[in-house]
Design a protein around this ligand. Structure first.
Ligand SMILES: NC(=O)c1ccc[n+]([C@@H]2O[C@H](COP(=O)([O-])OP(=O)(O)OC[C@H]3O[C@@H](n4cnc5c(N)ncnc54)[C@H](OP(=O)(O)O)[C@@H]3O)[C@@H](O)[C@H]2O)c1
Length: 267
């Protein structure tokens, strides 16, 4: 299927690794020019850079970061058709899960909301004039935590529920003017968030008296009762992001596509 993304310009946040990197590479493979935004350029991203895939350094947790990234993208490629707000999760310096509401103070809440909600608000604000010009599309990466409230990651779930609400509101306001806005809500995805030293698998391993490999291969899927029996591959999220970004999804807006390995047992 031709996704009709040839020569479109996309900005993907949090694109140095994990879901964002997979989405950036897939958009580029579909013919788009891509600005990959993150604070640092990873070896994997560096190895893939060329004229149609550039790294844009920005700290999205700051007030000016998202707008600066949009400006750099438009300066480099001359337009913007697709915005993928993927950066999110634990704010810089935080390890999740933190297991309880009682462990969180005002600073924790503010940092979580700044990184997961305000970075999206600011990126959308800066990108909208360009997206309106092109009839573009926005894909926000949310989480099953937006739908399944839990004390395990309570601040994160609240932030992602805000992203879903924002998505629907933006779709209602800007859909009639040609800009589509959707979310993808992943379940647990095997990215560095889980796999890195001190990452989620290590936190769970410590809580369970286990080890990282066992958590990644077995216990995490068992704990979360994943129907597929395994964590999700980042590419499996990236493919949905890119389909939603594509003009082939022209009648999909205000939607939330859940890709959660069967985690949420509800209709
Ligand atoms: N992995 C999961 O299990 C899972 C499940 C549900 C939803 N999600 C969502 O999926 C999205 C991506 O998750 P992931 O697991 O792929 O993340 P990840 O592996 O932790 O990667 C995070 C990316 O964001 C960038 N980043 C972090 N802080 C940043 C900042 N202040 N400014 C700019 N970029 C920043 C990182 O690069 P730098 O550090 O160089 O900046 C990196 O490229 C997030 O929104 C997350 O909430 C993930």
């Amino acid at each position: 299927m031709d996704l009709m993304l040839k020569d479109k310009v996309a900005m993907v946040t949090g694109a140095s690794q994990g879901i964002g990197l997979a989405a950036a590479l897939t958009l580029r493979a579909e013919g788009a020019c891509v600005a990959a935004v993150s604070r640092r350029c990873s070896p994997e991203l560096a190895a893939a850079l060329d004229d149609s895939l550039v790294h844009v350094p920005a700290d999205l947790a700051t007030e000016r970061g998202p707008a600066g990234a949009v400006e750099a993208t438009v300066e480099r490629f001359g337009r913007l058709d697709v915005l993928v707000n993927n950066a999110g999760g634990p704010p810089p310096g935080v390890t999740m899960p933190r297991f309880s509401f009682e462990h969180l103070d005002d600073g924790d809440w503010t940092a979580m909301l700044d990184f997961n909600v305000m970075s999206v608000v600011r990126a959308v604000r800066a990108a909208l004039p360009h997206l309106l010009e092109q009839g573009g599309s926005i894909v926000n990466v949310s989480s099953t935590h937006a739908h399944v409230p839990s004390g395990v990651n309570v601040d994160y779930g609240v932030a992602k529920a805000g992203v879903n609400n924002l998505t629907q509101a933006l779709s209602e306001e800007f859909g009639p003017r040609g800009v589509r806005v959707n979310t993808v809500s992943p379940g647990p995805v095997r990215t560095p968030w889980w796999t890195k030293e001190g990452g989620a698998a290590d936190v769970l391993a410590q809580a369970l008296g286990s080890d990282r490999a066992t958590v990644l291969e077995r216990s995490a899927a068992e704990l979360m009762n994943l129907t597929t029996g395994r964590l999700i591959d980042p590419q499996e999220i990236a493919d949905v992001i890119v389909l939603l970004a594509s003009p082939r999804s022209a009648s999909t807006t205000g939607s939330d596509v859940v890709v959660d390995a069967g985690l949420r047992k509800a209709v």
